[in-house]
Design a protein. Sequence first.
Length: 173
Amino acid sequence: MTDQEWQEQSDMLEQRTDGQQFLSFLLDDEEYGIDILRVQELRGWTPVTHVPDMPEYLKGVLNLRGAIIPVIDLRERFGLETVEYGPTTVVIVVKVDSGSCERIMGIIVDAVAETYTLSQDEIQPSPQIGGVINTEFIMGLVAHDEKMIVLMDIDELMNSGELAIEQPERSEA
């Protein structure tokens, strides 16, 4: 094998392994993706314990092996039409970085779609337009097989609005 052939083969292998992996899911027939390293587990829909006086999209809490985690309906969070949960409804349990701490949360989606390995040059910046989803929650867009996949910044999304963790100010003695 010549040096050039070896370099070409090495470059091809690097391209295959040098991408970031995303788990994609469906909401209202649109495909969204999140960093797969944030995904703890996938669970079929099971009823949650309702917590009073919470935003409509916060469906309640779930006991996950002794840890109580909030569960958010992404359809409602994005202002989409609500639907009845069915056999394909999934709760994606994600680890969210809240600045000073990490927390585990669940997001309800219509269905899980695929796993993609994407290189940085495949990810396009999100256009600055109005819409259902605030663009600060969008990492980028990927064109894949005649469709667009919206890559979500799960940290921004899960730390915005009512979901933000307020850090108490420390008083100095």
